[in-house]
Design a protein around this ligand. Structure first.
Ligand code: DAT
Ligand code: MG
Length: 154
């Protein structure tokens, strides 16, 4: 079912921040017509990384993933719009950038599975688990985007 007001959690990872891609990523979200309802720069702590990536605990790459995500600042965002979860996953591209077509964030700007620039929730359940790691409810802004009547036909 189409969810016009669906929210997703995105994290612009340390490699993207270090490479100067905050603006590029945020621009793609804005240009698509999605609404940013929360955004902040964060230094991810090992505790936050463990909560965000709880589902990967025990995998061979888990320790290096946690170390990487804590290695330098990131940018955490909540984004709202029609089918935002699936749409943002599509805009991100596949986990392994070599499987990501040009036009996606990972496909255009990265080539390594660990340094793949961006995290995005992959389901409503993962969104519900991930966003409270970084945002309190009172940090999420409810506002009307005036351009929406030109973005959504119905
Ligand atoms: P995604 O970030 O596309 O949701 P995921 O949830 O399967 O991918 O994995 C989380 C992150 O872990 C991923 O962005 C990069 C890292 N990762 C996944 N598989 C990996 C692998 N085989 N080797 C190294 N890092 C990996
Ligand atoms: Mg994932």
């Amino acid at each position: 079912m189409t969810q016009t007001n669906e929210r997703t959690f995105l994290l612009i990872k340390p490699d993207a921040v270090q490479r100067g891609f905050i603006g590029k990523v945020v621009s793609r979200i804005e240009e698509k017509g999605l609404k940013i309802v929360a955004l902040k720069m964060v230094q991810v702590t090992p505790e936050q990384a463990a909560r965000q990536y709880a589902c990967h605990k025990g995998r061979p790459f888990y320790d290096s993933l946690v170390q990487f995500i804590c290695s330098s600042p990131s940018v955490a965002m909540l984004v709202e719009g029609r089918d935002a979860i699936a749409l943002c996953r599509k805009m991100m591209g596949a986990t392994d950038p070599k499987e990501s077509p040009p036009g996606t964030i990972r496909g255009d700007f990265s080539l390594d599975v660990k340094h793949n620039l961006i995290h995005g929730s992959d389901s409503p359940e993962s969104f519900a688990q991930e966003f409270p790691v970084y945002f309190r409810d009172d940090e999420i802004l409810n506002y009307h985007l005036d351009l929406e009547r030109w973005i959504y036909y119905s």
